[in-house]
Design a protein around this ligand. Structure first.
Ligand code: PMP
Length: 393
């Protein structure tokens, strides 16, 4: 054999076929993707700047406007996961040195506070332990004190299983000249949100939860107030990839005739996102909210019948897509989760960030949101409780 210029051989794993197990994704996401959405993602690639792609992107914008209940022109999808939308919102709406107020009652507020700190904002935190929420009065007092340019709140706090009330907060922000930024990654499609009616200035979500698309795209929308602030900045946003001057052109939101190359969007990811938004449009938002609530209520009853305690005691504050249970006394939550994965091919998860060790999480979202799946989850949990020896007496 002639001497090869290649000194690193092909890795043995690459010579084996790809294997992906079938799993019941009953954790906080990603959730299982319906065949129709998978099929959309498997369609042939076209150029990201072809007219047909622009049409598909225009459809996506309309689908997001419906899902968010907004008429905002500045509505598009990030090429990236929910974190891309979090960073896009903060990087564009806030300039270094400006004050922001972040509500923290779980990991998502912590994350946004860190993102804002990293880009040089003056970060103020309004904090509660996971499972708790902020009254409008508490929010208004903190806004009066810190005079932020932006207030951040998580609608569906997936690490705690809490669905935060939204009514009235947009008006408070407006009164005090601050933008209202809301995270609906875990709640969109599962719990009602009305971007325009609730005076939310910036809203984002993710593709992989109740929308049931693969991870990797993240819808976001900015209203005129948010656009006014972000397009009249003194400094350029710290990120080129997430700069809304460029993204608004790429998505045909800036009124210009020509769309210029900025980055190559995830073409297959957009196909899948379009299909998932189409399913939501066909089903209807109200029906989707109703179904999540109904299946969640069914799950709560089953969990209580197993002797488990729901982490959020007030039913009206529970997030219908992600249910949290208190870790049953004396059990090692890691063992319970491992048992279900091994014996039932089922994912549930523990807490995240400040809720680690406090909760176990069960997600039944979108396509997975069926009573038959709740039954499977309850059966697996009952089996795990029976078979995982208590670690403490
Ligand atoms: N916000 C919330 C409420 C979430 O549940 C998640 C994902 N678990 C994110 C933000 C971040 O999304 P991603 O993992 O897609 O970056």
């Amino acid at each position: 054999r002639s001497a090869s210029s290649v000194t690193i051989p092909p890795p043995a794993c690459m010579l084996r076929p790809l294997e992906v197990p079938l799993r019941y994704l009953f954790g906080p996401g990603p959730s299982n993707v319906p065949p129709r959405v998978l099929a959309a993602g498997a369609k042939p690639i076209i150029g990201h700047l072809h007219p047909e792609m622009y049409e598909i992107m225009n459809d996506i914008k309309k689908g997001i406007r419906y899902a968010f209940q907004t008429e905002n022109n500045m509505t598009l999808s990030m090429s990236g996961s929910g974190h891309a939308a979090m960073e896009c919102a903060v990087f564009n709406a806030v300039e270094p040195g400006e004050s922001v107020l972040i509500a923290i009652n779980g990991i998502w507020g912590e994350r946004v506070a860190e993102i804002a700190e990293r880009m040089g904002a003056n970060v103020h935190k309004l904090e509660k332990t996971p499972g708790n929420y902020f009254s409008n009065k508490e929010i208004e007092q903190a806004i009066e004190k810190h005079k932020p340019v932006l207030f951040f709140l998580t609608h569906g706090e997936s690490s705690a299983g809490l669905c935060h009330p939204i009514d009235g907060i947009g008006d408070i922000c407006r009164k005090h000249g601050c933008l209202f930024l809301v995270d609906t990654v875990a709640s969109l499609g599962a719990a009602p949100i009305f971007m325009d009616q609730q005076n939310i200035d910036i809203l984002y979500t993710g593709s992989q939860k109740a929308l049931n698309a693969p991870p990797g795209t993240a819808p976001v929308s900015f209203n005129d107030r948010a656009c006014h602030k972000m397009f009249n900045r003194k400094t350029k946003p710290v990120s080129y990839l997430f700069d809304m001057e460029h993204l608004s052109n790429y998505w045909g939101c800036d009124g210009k005739q020509d769309r210029m190359y900025h980055h190559t969007g995830p073409v297959s990811g957009f196909f899948a996102l379009r299909e998932s938004l189409a399913i939501l449009a066909e089903k209807g938002l109200e029906e989707s909210w109703r179904k999540h609530k109904e299946v969640a209520a069914y799950l709560y009853r089953g969990l209580e019948d197993l002797g488990l305690k729901l982490f959020i005691s007030d039913k009206d504050l529970r997030l219908p897509s992600v249910t949290t249970i208190a870790i049953p006394d004396g059990y090692d939550w890691r063992k319970l989760l491992m048992y279900m994965m091994k014996n039932h091919r089922m994912e549930m998860t523990g807490g995240l960030g400040p809720s680690v060790g406090m909760v176990m999480r069960i997600g039944l979202m979108g396509y997975n949101c069926e009573k038959s799946n709740a039954d499977m989850a309850l059966h697996a949990l009952a089996d795990a409780l029976k078979n995982c020896k208590k670690s403490k007496a």
